[in-house]
Design a protein around this ligand. Structure first.
Ligand code: M6R
Length: 617
């Protein structure tokens, strides 16, 4: 997804801006560009399709120049117009004195473009963004005041946008606005910074303010001037970011994804922190204090999320249905809004859980806002503190996974599960469905998870052998039942998104109803056998695919001789209660996806066509 950077201050501008831009690479992009305001009042623009290194090679002459006063830059993920040099940001007006970088979509751009063309403006690109530069030009002519022109422009725009803007008439200001697209502002003794995301500017400042929707203003190298959506001046109120910059780097692993998989024993511990009273062996969730009455009396839970986070939501649904009397609905964010039911019918008896790593997924945010419009309280299971879902949910439950850089989500998923398990059991306890003995056992099993996951990571060599065996397949199927099927869904998503191999997770009992026709000699079938209550049925499904000469890769318990006996290849986990199987079982599936993708020579951390944070619908 697009990334924005802006800097004005005493450091050399170009190195700071390009370094910050590179820290946004994980969001996914197809082109990048920079606009620099020079001492003589000219605006220098460079933009290139491809990696930032291509842009960088165009900047050697200006790299250390003292004549650069300020700059803005952008990584683009195409939405309007194909990825090429012309459509890359920044975009300029007819005079070349206004430069704009934009994240989001301008919904009324066609209408504005037609109007501006009629007025004589000449457009160069196919983007929606270019209208912004021409609008500023128009209003600048009308008002003669750059800030007023900027303000009038944002009042004219409809849609989602975060903008950073240079207007050459103002040599010491970068204008910005945030409207439904993330943006943060930072300040240090060396200047002021704009970025789409915190990691971009962390090496330069830890005093960072995530902006609310509608906030606009400018930075001038010393001050941050801010206005709220009503136009009232508001103070710059940064939060101290205590993330370790090291943790945003690879720490010796070849890819962020592998590093993040191996971090899970630690991140799981971080998710548990403060949510278990070890002395009393009890779940404690003080964050939920304001919702206790509602959690006791509600009749219905709505769960919404996208992708991997939705898979975590499905497991939460399973747990709530198993351990409480709540009726539970789980739908992907992109559909939730369009479901024809009437939320007002049971709004007084409902709560909602919204799950998102980034907290910025457009579809999830839209679903959350719809839910909130009915006054249904929203619990946000979220990783990024300060993100939209973090701020707008009634109770954010932060999963504490730390920055997740790889596009394929791994440690955020397990932490979403951890918080989901705690939430489900906490609600079950409030509603009187679990007793003390069950709670103590649950707590002790949860506390044992970090060590268990360290042990499970030991299967990596076995998984590598399996990856080598299946890496050239065209189709890979996963079969499982109940919770095993739900983790297979996530394992299959992981595999397809980074290996580009077609893969499906099938409920094992459904094989005979159609998918069995796809199984032929040598087809890899990954069969998860971690749910004791359906084990016998699952074994007979494995026998069924073996009879069609499928290659069976069984994920089961080390001590399960029967599961091993139907496996061509076997991944053995330590014996645990089936309830916790998703948390342990997903680890080998993440590793399998990773090693298959590496063996196929794919760009593991940034798979084709995908972005880390999907901030458009
Ligand atoms: O940031 P979010 O958790 O809201 O993102 C949701 C999905 O876009 C995300 O989980 C996506 O499916 C991942 N690439 C999966 O690895």
């Amino acid at each position: 997804m697009c990334g924005i950077v802006g800097y004005i201050g005493t450091d050399k501008k170009v190195p700071v801006i390009i370094d910050a831009l590179k820290r946004l690479e994980y969001r996914g992009y197809d082109s990048s560009g920079i606009a620099l305001l020079m001492e003589d009042g000219s605006v220098v623009i460079e933009k290139k399709k491809g990696p930032i290194s291509v842009l960088e090679s165009e900047l050697t002459d200006i790299w250390n120049s003292d004549k650069v006063l300020l700059g803005i830059a952008h990584t683009r993920w195409a939405t309007h117009g194909e990825p090429n040099d012309t459509n890359a940001h920044p975009h300029t007006d007819c005079t070349g004195r206004v430069a704009v970088v934009h994240n989001g979509i301008i919904e009324n751009f066609q209408h504005l473009k037609d109007m501006l063309i009629k007025e004589g403006h000449i457009f160069k690109s196919d983007t929606d963004t270019e209208v912004i530069a021409h609008l500023i030009e128009k209003y600048l002519k009308e008002t003669g005041n750059p800030f007023e022109a900027f303000k009038k422009t944002i009042d004219t725009l409809e849609g989602a946008y975060a903008l950073a803007v240079i207007i050459a008439d103002e040599k010491d200001k970068i204008f910005f606005v945030r409207q439904q697209s993330p943006m943060v502002i930072g300040k240090s003794d060396k200047g002021t910074y704009i970025a789409s995301d915190i990691p971009a500017i962390l090496p330069y400042t830890r005093d960072i303010m995530p902006l609310e929707d509608g906030t606009y203003g400018y930075i001038d190298g010393k001050e941050v001037v801010l206005f709220d959506k009503e136009g009232n001046r508001i103070p710059f109120t940064p939060i101290k970011i205590d993330w370790d910059i090291e943790s945003a780097e690879k720490k010796g692993y070849p890819h962020f994804m592998l590093k993040e998989i191996h971090e899970q024993p630690q991140t799981i511990q971080d998710a548990l922190r403060g949510r278990i009273d070890i002395a009393k062996s009890e779940i404690v969730m003080p964050e939920l204090d304001s919702l206790v009455d509602k959690l006791k009396t509600a009749k219905k839970v709505y769960i919404t999320a996208c992708g991997t986070a939705f898979h975590a939501g499905l497991i939460l649904k399973y747990l709530l249905k198993t351990y409480t009397d709540l009726s539970v609905e789980a739908d992907v964010g992109s559909e939730f809004r369009y479901m024809p039911w009437d939320l007002s019918r049971d709004k007084d008896d409902s709560i909602a859980v919204v799950i998102s790593q980034s907290g910025e997924t457009a579809d999830t945010i839209a679903a959350m806002r719809l839910i909130k419009s009915y006054d249904i309280p929203v619990i946000g299971i979220v990783n990024v503190v300060g993100s939209t879902i973090y701020r707008e949910s009634d109770v954010p439950l932060v999963i504490n996974a730390g920055p997740e850089i790889a596009v394929a989500s791994t440690k955020a998923y397990t932490n979403q599960l951890i918080v989901g398990y705690l939430l489900a059991m906490y609600i079950a306890k409030l509603r009187g469905f679990i007793d003390k003995q069950f709670e103590h056992q649950f707590v002790s099993d949860m506390l044992a998870l970090p060590n268990l996951i360290s042990t499970v990571l030991g299967v990596e060599e076995t998984v590598k052998d399996i990856a080598l065996n299946i890496k050239d397949s065209s189709n890979i199927f996963f079969i499982g039942r109940l919770l095993d099927h739900l983790i297979n869904m996530e394992g299959s998503l992981k595999l397809k998104e980074i290996s580009y191999i077609h893969s499906e997770a099938i409920q094992a009992g459904e094989l005979k109803h159609g998918p069995l026709a796809l199984i032929s000699e040598g087809t890899p079938v990954i069969a998860t056998v971690l749910q004791d209550r359906v084990k016998e049925k699952q074994i007979s499904n494995i026998i069924e695919v073996r009879a069609r000469k499928a290659k069976t890769i069984v994920l089961g318990y080390r001590d399960d001789i029967e599961a091993q006996s139907v496996a061509d290849m076997f991944i053995g986990l330590p014996r645990i209660d089936s309830l916790f199987a998703p948390i342990a079982g997903i680890i080998p599936l993440q590793l399998l996806a990773y090693h298959v993708a590496v063996m196929r020579g794919n760009n593991v951390d940034k798979p084709r066509n995908l972005a880390k944070s999907v901030t458009v619908e």
